[in-house]
Design a protein around this ligand. Structure first.
Ligand code: ADP
Ligand code: ADP
Length: 234
């Protein structure tokens, strides 16, 4: 079933008097349970497409429909509520709060949603366990490796159980082995039903995904669906 539909999306940025056409007529469908990689050269529009799909960045033209909701027809505040319920984001630089421990970082979205202190702690501990970081829950981000910080960022993105996670270059700053472990983690979350859309430059990551979309000059250039067998392509 179609979970996200991108319809005739254009995005034009104004940049110092110049117009930059970042997306130039994008049509794309993400199905429920997809694990999608957005690939393409730097400047081709991948991050813009991710934020437009993520209800963060209104298109200049066209629409984005998620679970039958036309997201940019929602008023700004309702769109923010929609985002917190439907979408988790994993940013490239993790954006963890440096003076909060791992578990406190993961509790934060729940605190904003006014969950009780006990629910915050229980849910945060259970997702930290799921991402393999239970032992290090009381460390500050500076006391964690890059891969571990990434796991905290993933835990924070999924703690209130959104159906969709968007990730921008999640393995970009990690060494090969750590990157593979993180992709394995995303794959197991996808196997549990999470729909994932990620921007990546790394061709190796295509081994983990079900749907590869290549973006070029603001349009979808090629798109293919792959059968992922038993966790790994061989
Ligand atoms: P990618 O993620 O593939 O590198 P981006 O979506 O970041 O591509 O950028 C696509 C184009 O839009 C580039 O030319 C970029 O410079 C431009 N762009 C992106 N964000 C902005 C912005 N906030 N203001 C102006 N131009 C932007
Ligand atoms: P990436 O290449 O990893 O997608 P960028 O360095 O292109 O990231 O963009 C980082 C941030 O800067 C983004 O928030 C993007 O929207 C913004 N940005 C990119 N290009 C421009 C631009 N030409 N003018 C203003 N902001 C931009």
């Amino acid at each position: 079933m179609s979970l996200i539909q991108v319809k005739d999306v254009m995005k034009i940025y104004q940049s110092g008097g110049e117009q930059v056409r970042a997306l130039d007529g994008v049509n794309l469908e993400i199905r429920e349970g997809d694990f999608t990689a957005l690939m393409g050269p730097s400047g081709s529009g991948k991050s813009t497409l991710l934020t437009v799909m993520g209800a963060l960045n209104p298109p200049s033209e066209g629409k984005v429909i998620i679970d039958d909701i036309d997201v940019y027809q929602l008023a700004v505040e309702r769109r923010a509520d929609f985002r917190s319920n439907y979408i988790g984001f994993v940013f490239q630089q993790f954006q963890l709060i440096s003076y909060l421990t791992a578990v406190e970082n993961v509790m934060l979205p729940l605190a904003i949603l006014r969950y009780s202190q006990k629910e915050q702690l229980d849910l945060a501990n259970s997702v930290l366990e799921k991402v393999g970081l239970a032992q290090k829950r009381n460390r500050l981000p500076s006391q964690l490796s890059g891969g571990e910080q990434e796991r905290v960022a993933i835990a924070r993105a999924i703690v209130n159980q959104p159906p969709i996670v968007f990730a921008d270059e999640p393995t970009g700053s990690l060494d090969t082995k750590t990157g593979e472990e993180i992709m394995g983690l995303f794959q197991s979350l996808n196997n549990e039903g999470l729909t994932i859309v990620m921007v990546t430059h790394n061709e190796e990551n295509l081994n983990y995904v079900k749907h590869a979309v290549s973006v070029r000059d603001g349009v979808v250039d090629t798109e293919r669906r792959t059968e992922v067998l038993g966790g790994h392509n061989s």
